[in-house]
Design a protein around this ligand. Structure first.
Ligand code: NAD
Ligand code: UDP
Length: 313
């Protein structure tokens, strides 16, 4: 029997790269997306692949699978702060009802379940870098909570199925990931700065630009998720995946100015509420359990991303 995987959020940025990767490894891929924050362009090149089936569907509705499934990857959820604040109810539902629906399907099929969680569950962290043991510092009622708390609840659901039903669950906490197929108007910092620089429009730094992020190129992230989904004996594990190279937003602007010759001025805007001041993954666990570490240098990944956005102009 063919290895068969169900991927939600398949038409999104990361989901579409995951579909490609599993198809490359000869998996049968059953893909779900309702195009809330993704786009059909991200998967149109896969539709002719005989191992790829796509269903335009909101996974907060009842789910069943027309074929046996051995692994479920639940990646559906808006990830850009602009998107999840535009769709607060949809975000909370896909991380709660959508998580129940997809994990029940995994249980019914005796499938392994992989949840895409996020570094946002650490909130504005008081521990740096962030290890998986850290419980976080999250405002439960602020505008970001529709994402942060929803993802924390989706982790709770996942660990409860692991404890109650002995389901083979794994959680990855993904740190800022970038690359081709992010939306140009996504609102996240790399698509914003690159597109602003390409169009000579102002580079919008929020706050003083001293906040930090650590950026992981999408092929590195996909390799980590692939290993998490396919390695044995990882049931119940929670693993950070991200690149520990940490940059201030101010430094990011200067790197982008070096890579794109632009006339864009810098403009400062107010810092969004509860914007985390620093973020950097501790990836010791991923190194030990998955033998994984990021391979793509930031400037190399950035050039690929710039070329992608140039191709859309
Ligand atoms: P994305 O917005 O590009 O992709 C999410 C996809 O989920 C979209 O195609 C969207 O249409 C789909 N979707 C949303 N609600 C749905 C629903 N109810 N039913 C079916 N499909 C639905 O975001 P992304 O950057 O690819 O993120 C993918 C996953 O990874 C998310 O779960 C996100 O929380 C997680 N993550 C991403 C990052 C990152 O830096 N990209 C960081 C941390 C966590
Ligand atoms: N940011 C910025 N200018 C922008 C977009 C984002 O200065 O045009 C900042 C934002 O305030 C945050 C960081 O860049 O501190 C990363 O933001 P992003 O939305 O990419 O992801 P987050 O890590 O906040 O989810």
């Amino acid at each position: 029997m063919k290895k068969s995987i169900l991927i939600t959020g398949a038409a999104g940025f990361i989901g579409s790269h995951l579909c490609e990767r599993f198809l490359k490894e000869e998996w049968q891929v059953l893909a779900f997306d309702n195009f809330l924050s993704g786009h059909s362009n991200n998967i149109s090149h896969l539709l002719s692949n005989k191992n790829f089936s796509f269903i335009n569907y909101d996974v907060t509705n009842f789910m069943c699978s027309p074929q046996p499934i051995s692994v479920v990857l639940h990646f559906a959820c808006p990830a850009s702060p602009v998107d999840y604040m535009k769709y607060p109810m949809e975000t909370m539902k896909v991380d709660s009802i959508g998580t129940f629906n997809t994990i029940d399907l995994a249980k019914e099929h005796g499938a392994r379940y992989i949840l895409a969680s996020t570094s946002e569950i650490y909130g504005d962290p008081l521990q740096h870098p962030q290890t998986e043991e850290y419980w976080g510092n999250v405002n439960p009622i602020g505008p970001r909570s529709v994402y942060d708390e929803a993802k924390r609840f989706s982790e709770t659901i996942t660990m409860s199925y692991f404890r109650e039903y002995k389901l083979d669950t794994r959680i990855t906490r993904i740190f800022n990931t970038y690359g081709p197929r992010m939306k140009a108007q996504d609102g996240r910092v790399i698509p914003n700065f690159v597109n602003q620089a390409l169009k000579n429009s102002p580079l919008t730094i929020y706050g003083d630009g001293q906040q930090t992020r650590s950026f992981c190129y999408v092929s590195d992230l996909v390799e980590g998720v692939y290993r998490l989904a396919t390695y044995d004996n990882l049931q119940g594990e929670i693993i950070n995946l991200g690149n520990p190279d940490e940059y201030t937003i101010q430094k990011l602007v200067s790197i982008i100015q070096q890579e794109i010759s632009t006339k864009s001025p810098i403009t400062y805007k107010s810092l969004p509420t509860d914007d985390p001041r620093k973020r950097k993954p501790d990836i010791t666990k991923a190194a030990n359990l998955l033998n994984w570490s990021p391979q793509v240098d930031f400037k190399d990944g950035l050039r690929e991303t710039i070329n992608y956005f140039k191709s859309l102009l």
